[in-house]
Design a protein around this ligand. Structure first.
Ligand code: HEM
Length: 357
Protein backbone atom coordinates (compact mmCIF):
# COMPACT_ATOMS: atom_id res chain seq x y z
CA UNK A 1 0.00 0.00 0.00
CA UNK A 2 1.20 3.43 -0.94
CA UNK A 3 0.08 7.01 -0.83
CA UNK A 4 -2.13 8.23 -3.67
CA UNK A 5 -1.38 11.95 -4.23
CA UNK A 6 -4.30 14.13 -3.20
CA UNK A 7 -3.44 17.45 -4.88
CA UNK A 8 -3.89 17.27 -8.63
CA UNK A 9 -5.80 18.73 -11.56
CA UNK A 10 -8.07 15.65 -11.39
CA UNK A 11 -9.42 13.69 -8.47
CA UNK A 12 -7.80 10.41 -7.51
CA UNK A 13 -9.76 7.16 -7.77
CA UNK A 14 -10.49 7.37 -11.48
CA UNK A 15 -7.30 6.58 -13.36
CA UNK A 16 -5.71 5.35 -10.11
CA UNK A 17 -4.94 1.60 -10.45
CA UNK A 18 -7.96 -0.15 -9.00
CA UNK A 19 -7.54 -0.86 -5.26
CA UNK A 20 -8.97 -4.09 -3.80
CA UNK A 21 -11.74 -2.58 -1.64
CA UNK A 22 -14.31 0.11 -2.17
CA UNK A 23 -17.20 1.81 -0.47
CA UNK A 24 -19.75 3.75 -2.50
CA UNK A 25 -21.82 6.22 -0.52
CA UNK A 26 -24.42 8.81 -1.45
CA UNK A 27 -25.30 11.65 0.89
CA UNK A 28 -27.89 14.38 0.97
CA UNK A 29 -26.76 17.74 2.28
CA UNK A 30 -28.63 19.23 5.21
CA UNK A 31 -27.14 22.73 5.12
CA UNK A 32 -29.53 25.39 3.91
CA UNK A 33 -27.55 28.06 2.11
CA UNK A 34 -24.59 28.67 -0.12
CA UNK A 35 -22.31 29.94 2.65
CA UNK A 36 -22.80 26.75 4.68
CA UNK A 37 -22.41 24.60 1.57
CA UNK A 38 -19.05 26.30 1.00
CA UNK A 39 -18.07 25.48 4.58
CA UNK A 40 -19.11 21.87 4.04
CA UNK A 41 -17.00 21.54 0.89
CA UNK A 42 -14.04 23.10 2.67
CA UNK A 43 -14.46 20.72 5.58
CA UNK A 44 -14.67 17.70 3.27
CA UNK A 45 -11.52 18.87 1.49
CA UNK A 46 -9.63 19.24 4.75
CA UNK A 47 -10.64 15.77 5.96
CA UNK A 48 -9.83 14.14 2.62
CA UNK A 49 -6.42 15.84 2.59
CA UNK A 50 -5.65 14.52 6.08
CA UNK A 51 -6.95 11.01 5.43
CA UNK A 52 -5.28 10.64 2.03
CA UNK A 53 -1.98 11.53 3.68
CA UNK A 54 -2.42 8.71 6.21
CA UNK A 55 -3.48 9.48 9.74
CA UNK A 56 -1.14 9.25 12.69
CA UNK A 57 -2.63 6.94 15.36
CA UNK A 58 -2.04 9.48 18.15
CA UNK A 59 -4.28 11.94 16.30
CA UNK A 60 -7.08 9.48 16.24
CA UNK A 61 -10.09 9.83 18.45
CA UNK A 62 -11.77 6.70 17.07
CA UNK A 63 -10.29 3.32 17.95
CA UNK A 64 -9.82 2.01 14.40
CA UNK A 65 -6.17 2.79 13.72
CA UNK A 66 -5.14 3.34 10.18
CA UNK A 67 -1.55 4.49 10.35
CA UNK A 68 -0.61 3.65 6.75
CA UNK A 69 -1.91 5.51 3.72
CA UNK A 70 -3.31 2.24 2.32
CA UNK A 71 -3.47 3.61 -1.25
CA UNK A 72 -6.57 5.42 -0.07
CA UNK A 73 -8.40 7.49 -2.67
CA UNK A 74 -11.50 9.57 -2.02
CA UNK A 75 -13.54 10.68 -5.00
CA UNK A 76 -16.33 13.22 -4.58
CA UNK A 77 -19.16 13.79 -7.00
CA UNK A 78 -22.26 15.98 -7.03
CA UNK A 79 -25.74 14.92 -8.11
CA UNK A 80 -28.24 16.92 -10.16
CA UNK A 81 -30.29 17.61 -7.00
CA UNK A 82 -27.52 19.87 -5.64
CA UNK A 83 -28.38 22.27 -8.47
CA UNK A 84 -32.06 22.69 -7.51
CA UNK A 85 -33.15 26.04 -5.97
CA UNK A 86 -31.65 25.51 -2.50
CA UNK A 87 -28.24 27.02 -3.24
CA UNK A 88 -28.80 29.18 -6.33
CA UNK A 89 -26.53 26.93 -8.37
CA UNK A 90 -29.01 26.08 -11.13
CA UNK A 91 -27.18 28.12 -13.76
CA UNK A 92 -23.94 26.25 -13.08
CA UNK A 93 -25.09 22.67 -13.57
CA UNK A 94 -22.83 20.51 -15.75
CA UNK A 95 -24.59 20.05 -19.09
CA UNK A 96 -25.25 16.32 -18.95
CA UNK A 97 -26.00 16.00 -15.26
CA UNK A 98 -29.51 14.75 -14.49
CA UNK A 99 -31.06 12.18 -12.21
CA UNK A 100 -30.26 8.70 -13.51
CA UNK A 101 -33.28 7.58 -15.58
CA UNK A 102 -34.82 4.11 -15.27
CA UNK A 103 -33.69 2.08 -18.28
CA UNK A 104 -36.05 -0.55 -19.75
CA UNK A 105 -34.62 -3.50 -17.77
CA UNK A 106 -34.34 -1.58 -14.48
CA UNK A 107 -36.37 -1.96 -11.31
CA UNK A 108 -35.13 1.05 -9.39
CA UNK A 109 -35.64 1.23 -5.64
CA UNK A 110 -35.72 4.92 -4.59
CA UNK A 111 -33.95 4.09 -1.30
CA UNK A 112 -30.85 3.09 -3.28
CA UNK A 113 -30.82 5.83 -5.91
CA UNK A 114 -29.42 9.32 -6.47
CA UNK A 115 -28.09 11.75 -3.83
CA UNK A 116 -26.73 15.31 -3.54
CA UNK A 117 -23.17 13.98 -3.13
CA UNK A 118 -21.42 10.74 -3.99
CA UNK A 119 -18.27 9.47 -2.37
CA UNK A 120 -16.15 6.62 -3.70
CA UNK A 121 -13.68 5.35 -1.11
CA UNK A 122 -11.03 2.93 -2.40
CA UNK A 123 -8.17 1.32 -0.51
CA UNK A 124 -6.13 -1.86 -0.24
CA UNK A 125 -7.80 -2.86 3.06
CA UNK A 126 -11.51 -3.04 3.86
CA UNK A 127 -11.35 -1.19 7.20
CA UNK A 128 -10.39 2.03 5.40
CA UNK A 129 -13.99 2.43 4.26
CA UNK A 130 -15.44 2.41 7.79
CA UNK A 131 -12.59 4.61 8.99
CA UNK A 132 -13.37 7.29 6.43
CA UNK A 133 -17.10 7.13 7.10
CA UNK A 134 -16.56 7.52 10.84
CA UNK A 135 -14.25 10.45 10.33
CA UNK A 136 -16.76 12.20 8.10
CA UNK A 137 -19.66 11.42 10.43
CA UNK A 138 -17.78 13.08 13.27
CA UNK A 139 -16.46 16.04 11.34
CA UNK A 140 -19.55 16.90 9.30
CA UNK A 141 -22.10 16.26 12.03
CA UNK A 142 -25.45 17.79 11.10
CA UNK A 143 -24.35 18.79 7.61
CA UNK A 144 -24.82 15.51 5.75
CA UNK A 145 -27.35 12.70 5.84
CA UNK A 146 -26.30 9.31 4.42
CA UNK A 147 -28.68 8.15 1.70
CA UNK A 148 -27.34 4.78 0.60
CA UNK A 149 -24.12 2.82 0.79
CA UNK A 150 -22.62 -0.25 -0.84
CA UNK A 151 -19.31 -1.82 0.15
CA UNK A 152 -17.59 -3.84 -2.52
CA UNK A 153 -14.34 -5.55 -3.49
CA UNK A 154 -12.37 -7.12 -6.31
CA UNK A 155 -11.89 -10.87 -6.44
CA UNK A 156 -8.30 -12.06 -6.84
CA UNK A 157 -7.36 -13.12 -10.37
CA UNK A 158 -7.33 -16.90 -10.55
CA UNK A 159 -5.11 -18.14 -12.05
CA UNK A 160 -4.16 -15.04 -14.00
CA UNK A 161 -5.47 -12.09 -15.96
CA UNK A 162 -8.47 -9.94 -15.09
CA UNK A 163 -10.40 -10.74 -11.90
CA UNK A 164 -13.79 -12.43 -12.21
CA UNK A 165 -17.13 -11.06 -11.18
CA UNK A 166 -19.77 -13.22 -9.46
CA UNK A 167 -21.15 -14.52 -12.75
CA UNK A 168 -17.77 -16.22 -13.06
CA UNK A 169 -16.48 -14.24 -16.06
CA UNK A 170 -13.38 -12.09 -16.24
CA UNK A 171 -14.47 -8.47 -16.03
CA UNK A 172 -12.69 -5.23 -16.85
CA UNK A 173 -10.69 -6.61 -19.77
CA UNK A 174 -11.47 -3.91 -22.32
CA UNK A 175 -10.99 -0.31 -21.15
CA UNK A 176 -9.54 2.89 -22.61
CA UNK A 177 -5.74 3.12 -22.51
CA UNK A 178 -5.08 5.07 -19.32
CA UNK A 179 -1.48 5.66 -20.37
CA UNK A 180 -2.64 7.72 -23.33
CA UNK A 181 -3.26 11.42 -22.68
CA UNK A 182 -5.35 11.60 -25.86
CA UNK A 183 -7.67 8.80 -24.73
CA UNK A 184 -8.09 10.48 -21.34
CA UNK A 185 -8.87 13.87 -22.87
CA UNK A 186 -11.20 12.38 -25.48
CA UNK A 187 -13.04 9.92 -23.25
CA UNK A 188 -12.64 10.57 -19.51
CA UNK A 189 -12.00 14.21 -18.55
CA UNK A 190 -14.33 17.12 -19.02
CA UNK A 191 -12.01 19.59 -20.65
CA UNK A 192 -12.49 22.39 -23.22
CA UNK A 193 -14.08 22.38 -25.77
CA UNK A 194 -16.78 20.19 -24.18
CA UNK A 195 -19.20 23.09 -23.90
CA UNK A 196 -19.26 22.65 -20.11
CA UNK A 197 -19.16 25.48 -17.53
CA UNK A 198 -15.61 26.68 -16.92
CA UNK A 199 -15.57 25.55 -13.30
CA UNK A 200 -16.13 21.94 -14.41
CA UNK A 201 -12.81 21.66 -16.25
CA UNK A 202 -10.95 18.62 -14.89
CA UNK A 203 -14.07 16.78 -13.74
CA UNK A 204 -15.65 13.60 -15.05
CA UNK A 205 -19.12 12.05 -15.09
CA UNK A 206 -19.71 8.99 -12.93
CA UNK A 207 -22.44 6.44 -13.72
CA UNK A 208 -23.10 4.18 -10.74
CA UNK A 209 -25.35 1.15 -11.01
CA UNK A 210 -26.19 -1.32 -8.27
CA UNK A 211 -26.86 -4.55 -10.14
CA UNK A 212 -27.95 -7.70 -8.36
CA UNK A 213 -27.33 -11.11 -9.93
CA UNK A 214 -29.86 -13.95 -10.08
CA UNK A 215 -27.13 -16.47 -9.45
CA UNK A 216 -29.53 -19.34 -8.80
CA UNK A 217 -30.84 -19.33 -12.38
CA UNK A 218 -27.48 -18.33 -13.90
CA UNK A 219 -25.78 -21.32 -12.27
CA UNK A 220 -28.25 -23.70 -13.93
CA UNK A 221 -27.23 -22.60 -17.44
CA UNK A 222 -24.72 -24.72 -19.35
CA UNK A 223 -21.38 -22.92 -19.63
CA UNK A 224 -21.68 -22.79 -23.43
CA UNK A 225 -24.91 -20.79 -23.07
CA UNK A 226 -23.32 -18.43 -20.53
CA UNK A 227 -20.44 -17.90 -22.96
CA UNK A 228 -22.80 -16.94 -25.79
CA UNK A 229 -24.51 -14.44 -23.49
CA UNK A 230 -21.22 -12.64 -22.84
CA UNK A 231 -19.43 -13.46 -26.11
CA UNK A 232 -16.34 -14.67 -24.26
CA UNK A 233 -14.88 -17.98 -23.10
CA UNK A 234 -15.46 -18.48 -19.40
CA UNK A 235 -12.09 -20.08 -18.58
CA UNK A 236 -9.71 -17.83 -20.51
CA UNK A 237 -11.76 -14.65 -20.97
CA UNK A 238 -10.90 -14.71 -24.69
CA UNK A 239 -13.55 -13.54 -27.17
CA UNK A 240 -15.39 -16.53 -28.68
CA UNK A 241 -13.42 -16.12 -31.92
CA UNK A 242 -10.07 -16.11 -30.15
CA UNK A 243 -7.78 -17.81 -27.66
CA UNK A 244 -6.39 -15.09 -25.42
CA UNK A 245 -8.02 -12.70 -22.98
CA UNK A 246 -6.43 -9.59 -24.50
CA UNK A 247 -7.20 -10.54 -28.09
CA UNK A 248 -9.65 -8.18 -29.79
CA UNK A 249 -12.72 -9.81 -31.33
CA UNK A 250 -12.85 -9.47 -35.13
CA UNK A 251 -16.49 -8.71 -35.95
CA UNK A 252 -15.69 -8.13 -39.64
CA UNK A 253 -14.64 -11.77 -39.89
CA UNK A 254 -17.90 -12.85 -38.22
CA UNK A 255 -20.55 -10.91 -40.19
CA UNK A 256 -23.31 -13.46 -39.42
CA UNK A 257 -22.69 -13.48 -35.68
CA UNK A 258 -22.01 -17.24 -35.79
CA UNK A 259 -19.06 -17.11 -33.39
CA UNK A 260 -19.94 -14.06 -31.31
CA UNK A 261 -23.73 -13.60 -31.29
CA UNK A 262 -25.05 -10.17 -32.24
CA UNK A 263 -26.91 -10.00 -28.96
CA UNK A 264 -23.94 -11.00 -26.80
CA UNK A 265 -22.94 -8.50 -24.10
CA UNK A 266 -19.59 -7.54 -25.61
CA UNK A 267 -20.84 -7.19 -29.17
CA UNK A 268 -23.72 -4.95 -28.14
CA UNK A 269 -21.64 -2.97 -25.64
CA UNK A 270 -18.87 -2.30 -28.13
CA UNK A 271 -19.68 -3.18 -31.76
CA UNK A 272 -16.28 -1.71 -32.72
CA UNK A 273 -17.53 0.49 -35.50
CA UNK A 274 -16.08 3.95 -36.03
CA UNK A 275 -19.29 5.41 -34.64
CA UNK A 276 -19.26 3.37 -31.45
CA UNK A 277 -15.64 4.32 -30.75
CA UNK A 278 -16.75 7.60 -29.17
CA UNK A 279 -18.99 5.76 -26.72
CA UNK A 280 -16.13 3.96 -25.00
CA UNK A 281 -15.60 4.83 -21.33
CA UNK A 282 -13.69 3.67 -18.25
CA UNK A 283 -15.24 0.83 -16.27
CA UNK A 284 -13.99 0.63 -12.67
CA UNK A 285 -16.52 -1.74 -11.12
CA UNK A 286 -16.49 -3.82 -7.93
CA UNK A 287 -18.36 -6.90 -6.65
CA UNK A 288 -20.63 -6.96 -3.65
CA UNK A 289 -21.78 -9.77 -1.37
CA UNK A 290 -24.61 -8.91 1.01
CA UNK A 291 -25.32 -12.38 2.38
CA UNK A 292 -28.82 -13.86 1.91
CA UNK A 293 -31.97 -11.89 1.31
CA UNK A 294 -35.18 -12.45 3.32
CA UNK A 295 -36.09 -15.38 1.01
CA UNK A 296 -32.78 -17.15 1.57
CA UNK A 297 -31.47 -16.21 -1.88
CA UNK A 298 -27.87 -15.12 -2.36
CA UNK A 299 -27.57 -11.37 -2.57
CA UNK A 300 -24.56 -10.97 -4.87
CA UNK A 301 -23.89 -8.43 -7.54
CA UNK A 302 -21.89 -5.67 -9.05
CA UNK A 303 -21.37 -2.02 -8.29
CA UNK A 304 -20.94 -0.95 -11.87
CA UNK A 305 -18.91 2.25 -11.95
CA UNK A 306 -18.19 4.08 -15.19
CA UNK A 307 -16.25 7.32 -15.74
CA UNK A 308 -16.63 9.45 -18.83
CA UNK A 309 -16.61 12.85 -20.44
CA UNK A 310 -20.23 12.80 -21.60
CA UNK A 311 -22.94 10.68 -19.96
CA UNK A 312 -25.23 10.61 -22.98
CA UNK A 313 -22.64 9.92 -25.65
CA UNK A 314 -20.94 7.20 -23.58
CA UNK A 315 -22.74 5.36 -20.75
CA UNK A 316 -26.19 6.31 -22.06
CA UNK A 317 -25.47 5.11 -25.59
CA UNK A 318 -23.96 1.81 -24.41
CA UNK A 319 -26.77 1.15 -21.94
CA UNK A 320 -29.35 1.76 -24.67
CA UNK A 321 -27.57 -0.72 -26.94
CA UNK A 322 -27.73 -3.31 -24.12
CA UNK A 323 -31.52 -2.97 -23.86
CA UNK A 324 -33.17 -6.41 -23.50
CA UNK A 325 -29.84 -8.21 -23.98
CA UNK A 326 -30.05 -11.92 -22.99
CA UNK A 327 -28.00 -11.09 -19.86
CA UNK A 328 -30.88 -8.89 -18.64
CA UNK A 329 -32.84 -11.97 -17.49
CA UNK A 330 -30.14 -12.76 -14.97
CA UNK A 331 -29.56 -9.37 -13.43
CA UNK A 332 -31.58 -6.72 -11.63
CA UNK A 333 -30.32 -3.14 -11.85
CA UNK A 334 -32.02 -1.60 -8.81
CA UNK A 335 -29.98 1.42 -7.73
CA UNK A 336 -27.19 3.91 -8.31
CA UNK A 337 -27.09 7.37 -9.76
CA UNK A 338 -25.50 9.87 -12.08
CA UNK A 339 -22.90 12.16 -10.55
CA UNK A 340 -20.41 14.76 -11.68
CA UNK A 341 -17.01 14.14 -10.12
CA UNK A 342 -15.59 17.54 -9.20
CA UNK A 343 -12.27 18.77 -10.57
CA UNK A 344 -9.27 17.94 -8.39
CA UNK A 345 -8.04 20.00 -5.45
CA UNK A 346 -4.88 21.60 -6.81
CA UNK A 347 -2.97 22.66 -3.70
CA UNK A 348 -3.22 23.49 0.02
CA UNK A 349 -5.25 26.66 -0.67
CA UNK A 350 -7.74 24.99 -2.98
CA UNK A 351 -10.89 23.08 -2.01
CA UNK A 352 -13.61 20.96 -3.66
CA UNK A 353 -15.87 23.09 -5.78
CA UNK A 354 -13.83 26.29 -5.23
CA UNK A 355 -14.57 27.48 -8.76
CA UNK A 356 -18.24 26.46 -8.54
CA UNK A 357 -19.06 28.43 -5.41
C1 HEM B 1 -17.67 -6.08 -21.06
C2 HEM B 1 -19.92 -8.15 -17.34
C3 HEM B 1 -22.99 -4.45 -17.10
C4 HEM B 1 -20.50 -2.22 -20.55
C5 HEM B 1 -18.04 -6.98 -20.10
C6 HEM B 1 -17.45 -8.27 -19.90
C7 HEM B 1 -18.06 -8.84 -18.85
C8 HEM B 1 -19.06 -7.93 -18.40
C9 HEM B 1 -17.80 -10.20 -18.24
C10 HEM B 1 -16.32 -8.89 -20.74
C11 HEM B 1 -14.97 -8.61 -20.23
C12 HEM B 1 -14.51 -7.20 -20.35
O1 HEM B 1 -14.27 -6.68 -21.44
O2 HEM B 1 -14.42 -6.57 -19.31
C13 HEM B 1 -20.96 -7.33 -16.99
C14 HEM B 1 -21.94 -7.66 -15.99
C15 HEM B 1 -22.79 -6.61 -15.93
C16 HEM B 1 -22.36 -5.63 -16.89
C17 HEM B 1 -21.98 -8.93 -15.17
C18 HEM B 1 -24.01 -6.37 -15.08
C19 HEM B 1 -24.55 -7.17 -14.32
C20 HEM B 1 -22.59 -3.52 -18.01
C21 HEM B 1 -23.19 -2.22 -18.19
C22 HEM B 1 -22.48 -1.61 -19.16
C23 HEM B 1 -21.43 -2.51 -19.59
C24 HEM B 1 -24.37 -1.68 -17.39
C25 HEM B 1 -22.66 -0.24 -19.73
C26 HEM B 1 -23.78 0.37 -19.88
C27 HEM B 1 -19.52 -3.07 -20.97
C28 HEM B 1 -18.51 -2.73 -21.95
C29 HEM B 1 -17.70 -3.84 -22.12
C30 HEM B 1 -18.22 -4.85 -21.21
C31 HEM B 1 -18.37 -1.38 -22.67
C32 HEM B 1 -16.49 -3.97 -23.05
C33 HEM B 1 -16.91 -4.58 -24.35
C34 HEM B 1 -15.77 -4.57 -25.36
O3 HEM B 1 -15.15 -3.52 -25.52
O4 HEM B 1 -15.53 -5.62 -25.97
N1 HEM B 1 -19.03 -6.80 -19.17
N2 HEM B 1 -21.24 -6.12 -17.51
N3 HEM B 1 -21.53 -3.66 -18.88
N4 HEM B 1 -19.30 -4.35 -20.53
FE1 HEM B 1 -20.31 -5.25 -19.09
Amino acid sequence: PDRVPFHDRYQAGIVTPQQLFAGFVAYDVLVQDRADLTKLFQKLTERCRVMAAGVKPEDERVPSERPTPDSLSLTFGVGASLFDDRFGLAGHKPRHLKAMPAFPDDRLDPAHCHGDLSLQICAEHPDAVAHVLRDLARETDGMLRPRWRMDAFLNPSRPSGSPRNFLGFKDGIVNPDLGSATELDDLIWVTPPCGEPEWADGGSYQALRLIRFHTESWDRLPVSRQERIFGRHKASGAPLDGRYEREAPDYDADPDGRKIPFDSHIRLANPRTRRSDKSRFLRRSYNYDQGFDEHGLLNLGLVFCGYQQNLERQFGAVQRRLRHEPLARFINPYGGGYFFVLPGVRDRDDWFGSRLM
